[in-house]
Design a protein around this ligand. Structure first.
Ligand SMILES: *[C@@H]1O[C@H](CO)[C@@H](O)[C@H](O)[C@H]1NC(C)=O
Ligand SMILES: *[C@@H]1O[C@H](CO)[C@@H](O)[C@H](O)[C@H]1NC(C)=O
Ligand SMILES: *[C@@H]1O[C@H](CO)[C@@H](O)[C@H](O)[C@H]1NC(C)=O
Length: 443
């Protein structure tokens, strides 16, 4: 008994509760931000900064703790402006995002996971000789989020983070039912994403957060579906769609799912449709990244930190009027039963640091005018994203320090007509706790 207590004390001390570096920064409200070519994009508005020691308001994140980190950037073009932005690690451009439609605001995002050492920097830059114009309403469209990855493997004895992230630097014509390919591995601790097939295989069962994005060739369509496959039983998860006349069109999505050991996940082109994806060494739009949030072994450990994970989607068309919350009807995961389908509201069950993502697709000629609300205050969102001829997508993400009992939902700021069907889930809302800082209040 004494030996048991000592052993437990040592384990607790060695592993402790994982408290990551995490931040979301944005740009001033009601502003058009112009940057000349070869500029570092600045994000002077702090939404959350948890643990970083260096000041990131100049737009440069400097690593103060070795580790694996996820970075997510959202951009929104000014009505008659455009943006091409690259996410950099030190002097290397890793991933690109692009947005432009004359006469409209359009959004795009990208996500990467990279290993950083003390002193490494991550930033967002415009391309040499290509000025950009970014639009910010009151909803904070342009954001830069970073999160150190980790978990609390008390008993599995396995301290490594399972993470993969890859991008494509090739044009691809992906025919219906074929898998999107990736060419540059940014991080892969365990050889879990096979670049020769584009397939990720879960090596241990648990909950995984998955991110994928892409950009079409000019005047072409992209329609991509995320599928899981376990023992030849296929499971559809969610999709992205983009098409803009005479333009390059971008879309991305984020979802959290449970994967069994050996289960495989890949991004396919929609059956019967060719997705023509833009890619070159300077334009790495197509990416697929993911990480295990927690393994089933650690989840079943009674001494573990409380685990909060939810991820929901919309599997039907929905009209959302001003002030209303989106009622996501498909539950991918909701460990603490903290998301209410009838109200669309996630009630924070444990005080802590959380990461949230949402993405939506509108019907052609409908506004996309949505924001992530904390109680009655919009935190991040997008305003008046619109494409007269085709559906269009937008999203955003934020790290937030929340108190148990607070509410988070995705609300409309104007009338929105959102698209969904059982095999067409474009609108998603996901979140998970990175670290608890207070007691459980619910559940
Ligand atoms: C771009 O800016 C960096 C400094 O941020 C500078 O070192 C580099 O020479 C510039 N490149 C060009 C082509 O101007
Ligand atoms: C960060 O830098 C900005 C501009 O350089 C400065 O205005 C701000 O006070 C700094 N914030 C902190 C917390 O040091
Ligand atoms: C959802 O909206 C799309 C676009 O307007 C339409 O094609 C589709 O038939 C709608 N689905 C249902 C079930 O009404």
């Amino acid at each position: 008994m004494i030996a048991h207590i000592i052993w437990f004390a040592i384990i607790s001390q060695v592993y402790g509760k994982f408290d990551p570096i995490a931040f979301t920064v944005g740009q001033p409200q009601q502003s058009a931000e112009h940057f000349s070519g070869n500029s570092t994009i600045t994000y002077p508005i702090v939404i959350t900064i948890h643990n970083p020691t260096a000041n990131i308001s100049n737009g440069i994140f400097t690593c103060s703790r070795d580790g694996i980190y996820k970075f997510k950037v959202f951009g929104c073009s000014a009505t008659y402006g455009h943006f091409i932005l690259d996410l950099y690690k030190n002097s290397a451009a890793l991933a690109t995002l692009y947005g432009h439609v004359n006469g409209a605001n359009v959004a795009a995002s990208n996500t990467v996971i990279v290993q950083l050492k003390l002193g490494d920097t991550v930033k967002v830059k415009s391309k040499t000789s290509v000025p950009v114009s970014l639009y910010n309403s009151g909803l904070k469209e342009n954001t830069f989020t970073g999160v150190q990855l980790g978990s609390q493997p008390l008993y599995s004895g396995d301290h490594a983070v399972i993470a993969f992230s890859a991008t494509s630097n090739h044009h691809q014509n992906v025919v219906g039912d074929a898998i999107v390919q990736y060419h540059t591995q940014l991080v892969d601790d365990r050889g879990v994403l096979d670049l020769s097939t584009g397939v990720f295989t879960a090596r241990s069962s648990g909950y995984y957060v998955l991110h994928f994005s892409s950009t079409s060739m000019q005047n072409e369509e992209l329609w991509l579906d995320l599928w899981a496959n376990k023992d030849h039983v296929e499971r559809y998860i969610c999709s992205i769609y983009a098409f803009v006349d005479f333009e390059w069109a971008s879309a991305g999505n984020t979802v959290i799912v449970h994967l069994a050991s050996g289960e495989q996940v890949a991004v396919f082109s929609r059956s019967g449709h060719v997705s023509r994806l833009f890619g070159s060494s300077d334009y790495q739009f197509t990416s697929f990244s993911g990480t295990q949030i927690i393994s089933d072994d650690d989840l079943s450990n009674p001494d573990a930190e409380p685990v909060v994970i939810f991820s929901v989607g919309l599997s039907k068309n929905a009209t959302v009027s001003s002030g209303a919350s989106i009622l996501f009807d498909t539950i991918f995961v909701d460990l603490k039963r903290s998301y209410n389908k009838n109200t669309g509201v996630f009630v924070v069950p444990v005080t802590g640091i959380y990461e949230f993502h949402f993405h939506c697709l509108s019907r052609a000629d409908s506004n996309l005018n949505l924001a992530l609300y904390r109680s009655n205050r919009a935190v991040v969102g997008f305003y008046n994203i619109r494409n007269a001829a085709h559906s269009f997508s937008a999203g955003n993400a934020a790290v937030l320090e929340l108190t148990g009992g607070e509410t988070i939902s995705i609300k409309a700021d104007d009338y929105n007509y959102l698209l969904g069907a059982p095999n067409e889930v474009y609108c998603t809302f996901s979140g998970y706790m990175l670290h608890s800082t207070g007691p459980i209040v619910i559940g």
